[in-house]
Design a protein around this ligand. Structure first.
Ligand code: GLN
Length: 189
């Protein structure tokens, strides 16, 4: 993958774009349906999934992006981005939408409630070079994992990184550590 979109309506898009550029890819900020035209994959960043859902509708971007995702465009969702990719949001706002291309149920803000944010070194299956420094910020918990979903990493028995075909999703913020291996993994597919 070379031209990779980063949804830039709200949230932590900049560091994702920097990570993609550092790996030799060409990041494209996605704000309008036209921006989807020639991207080969997309990163949905962390931020606030309720706001992102609303802004996706206002920008007329929800349906065209949903179409591309259903057609199999690779996507990497992180934190709020993972919530957007999920099949079901257990405690979302009534009008909050999700794309349903990752067969998991998520509960918002459920990880590390007592501290809001924390960092943990997580072991990732098939990622060379040891654990990944994962930054969790008001992170969602995956409460159900569908049969098609492969769990690549868990913390305290809860999945925090998973994949379903072309869709990769992390409950944490991989763009906030200087470790580019998960962006690399996404680009390689
Ligand atoms: N709590 C946020 C939400 O529900 C996600 C937090 C994040 O992306 N860091 O959208």
């Amino acid at each position: 993958m070379h031209k990779v979109g980063v949804l830039a309506l709200q949230g932590a898009s900049k560091r994702h774009a920097e990570a993609l550029a550092a790996l030799g890819a060409c990041p494209v900020e996605v704000r309008t349906p036209e921006d989807l035209a020639d991207i080969e994959g997309i990163i949905l960043p962390g931020g606030e999934s309720t706001t992102m859902s609303k802004l996706l509708d206002l920008a007329g971007l929800f349906e065209p992006l949903a179409d591309r995702l259903r057609e199999g465009m690779p996507a990497f969702g992180t934190c709020a981005g993972m919530i957007l990719l999920s099949a079901r949001i257990l405690d979302g706002r009534a009008d909050q939408r999700c794309f349903g291309v990752l067969d998991v149920d998520v509960r918002r803000n459920a990880f590390g409630r007592q501290v809001d944010s924390f960092e943990a070194e997580v072991a990732v299956d098939r990622l060379p070079g040891g654990g990944f420094p994962a930054v969790f910020i008001r992170a969602p918990v995956i409460e159900r994992v569908g049969e098609e979903v492969e769990v690549l990493s868990s913390v305290d028995g809860l999945p925090v990184l998973c994949r379903q075909g072309p869709v990769l999703a992390a409950a944490f913020h991989p763009e906030l550590s200087d470790d580019l291996r998960l962006h690399q993994l996404f680009l390689e597919d």
